[in-house]
Design a protein around this ligand. Structure first.
Ligand SMILES: Cc1cc2nc3c(=O)[nH]c(=O)nc-3n(C[C@H](O)[C@H](O)[C@H](O)COP(=O)(O)OP(=O)(O)OC[C@H]3O[C@@H](n4cnc5c(N)ncnc54)[C@H](O)[C@@H]3O)c2cc1C
Length: 461
């Protein structure tokens, strides 16, 4: 096959790859991008976007219930899963087309093919067998659900990929995992009416998050009828007709209609040809890169989940953009991975930025902790048994806010805005000097006066 020369070949048209391709092309680079599934990648096709739409759908159940306390009489609502999934699929297809159009506007035509690396400057398209020479190759292949050790009956288990396409809403579902995807899907299915059991091997859900957040959310999930079983794993799944029986490590069993695993995602490096070019894979399984996303092979870069740095869409986009600025825009741009705000679209939501209390205690000489748990105003009339939680962690020496943790309605929206203040280095005094907006939940963050705890030298004094 005739070799075609491009400046940049991008493997994977997801969040990071699309941004990098578009920005590189805007700087005048000749760019080719290959996508083996659908343009838009995980976020658009089977991640953030369809998931958030399901989250919205699942919240109506609570809204209908809460309405009664405000004087509304709502006839017994019914829910139709096929309508929801069809509508979500239509929106995903619209976004896929929009992403494709954007690429084409920048003269980047996505090639529908799996691409593999042949050498440091050559990529092969498996759909046609064609080899393409490129001065630079960008790996933006994302990550893939990991199913853990091969247990009996693993073939009956679905991942989040399949959860969007179930033909019927499961009446009962077992979800294994304690990370944000497991927790979010537990909330989605519970809100839509499924009986949900969450099984997690660790001592509590949301490992890596602040301990108070983990505890608070677990209690809220329980009060919404989700069974949270920690300290166990799924040992086997047996199928009897339409029913799946999940055997746990403590020998107990749970009968359900679906079993889903969300126990982690692995960088998509398998079969990419990285061994041929001796590209170094880091211990965590992702492509090892420097602060400019350059791999151990000078002509090969990698961005997004495949590098297993911070596996979030905005981070992949920022890394893709910074790569293009660095290589084609004449602006060497490292990506700052500190203080990345993040959310869990659980019910209620979680929004966090900065250090957890545990991390702050390890790193700071003096730490002041401010926290509050309160009944959201809406719950006073709805009668819902729910509480919100907020916590600020403050460096006792500099007064800087080094962590903010919220569990409650709209926590994701709140943390995006608070993220600006924390990133700018705002102090507790800055928070205190900010006038409250009343009546809101967020006003708690600027009216926290009593220290819940002081650690370090301050505690010893
Ligand atoms: C259920 C779920 C919910 C999520 N929710 C959120 C959220 O709320 N907020 C958030 O910030 N992040 C969320 N994420 C994470 C987010 O989706 C990822 O961090 C983001 O998509 C990473 O972008 P990427 O460009 O690295 O990879 P991807 O978007 O995964 O794109 C990689 C693309 O490469 C393609 N590909 C792989 N190998 C090849 C090959 N050899 N040849 C050609 N094409 C190839 C794949 O088909 C894919 O389209 C979620 C993820 C999941 C699974």
């Amino acid at each position: 096959m005739a070799a075609e020369n491009v400046d940049l070949f991008v493997i994977g048209a997801g969040s990071g790859g699309v941004r990098a391709a578009r920005v590189a092309a805007s700087y005048g680079a000749r760019v080719m991008i290959a996508e083996e599934f659908r343009v838009g990648g995980t976020c658009v096709i089977r991640g953030c976007v369809p998931k958030k739409l399901l989250v919205y759908a699942s919240r109506f159940a609570e809204e209908f219930e809460d309405a009664a306390g405000f004087g509304w009489t709502v006839p017994a609502p019914t829910f139709h899963w096929p309508s929801l999934t069809a509508n979500v699929a239509r929106e995903v297809a619209r976004l896929e087309a929009a992403y494709t159009n954007t690429l084409e506007r920048f003269n980047v035509s996505p090639v529908k093919s799996r691409a593999v690396i042949e050498d440091a400057h050559t990529v092969r398209l498996l759909a046609t067998g064609e080899s393409v020479r490129a001065e630079t190759i960008l790996i933006a292949t994302g990550a893939w659900p990991h199913y853990g050790p091969k247990i009996p009956g693993l073939e009956h288990v679905i991942s989040s990929n399949e959860a969007f396409h179930l033909s019927a809403l499961p009446k009962r579902i077992v979800i294994q995992g304690g990370g944000y995807i497991a927790v979010e899907f537990a909330g989605i299915f519970a809100g839509l009416g499924s009986e949900v059991t969450l099984v997690y091997r660790g001592e509590n859900i949301l490992r890596g998050f602040d301990d108070d957040v983990r505890e608070h959310l677990r209690n809220e999930m329980r009060s919404r009828g989700i069974t949270v079983t920690c300290g166990h794993t799924v040992a086997a799944v047996e199928k009897f007709g339409d029913e799946l029986v999940t055997h746990l490590s403590d020998r107990s069993t749970i009968a359900a209609d679906q079993v889903m695993f969300a126990i982690g995602r692995r960088p998509n490096v398998m079969g990419l040809g990285l061994d041929k070019v001796r590209c170094i894979i880091a211990e965590h399984g992702g492509v090892a890169v420097d602060e400019y996303s350059r791999s151990s092979v000078p002509s090969i870069y990698a961005v997004g989940d495949v590098t297993h740095r911070v596996n979030l869409t905005p981070v992949a986009i920022r890394e893709g953009h910074a790569f293009a600025d660095t290589v084609y825009g004449g602006k060497p741009t490292p990506v700052d991975h500190s203080n990345v705000p993040t959310a869990v679209f659980s019910q209620p939501e979680v929004g966090v930025i900065g250090l957890t209390e545990r991390q702050a205690r390890e790193r700071l000489a003096r730490l002041d902790v401010y926290k509050t748990s309160f009944r959201p105003m809406k719950a006073t009339l709805s009668g819902r048994d729910t509480r919100s939680f907020m916590k600020l962690l403050v460096d006792g020496d500099s007064d800087r806010v080094v962590g903010c943790h919220i569990v409650g309605p709209d926590a994701a929206e709140l943390i995006q805005v608070i993220g600006i203040a924390v990133k700018m280095g705002a102090t507790k005094a800055d928070f205190d000097a900010t006038m409250a907006v009343h009546p809101t939940a967020a006003e708690e963050l600027v009216t926290l006066r009593e220290k819940a705890m002081s650690y370090g030298r301050a505690a010893a004094e």
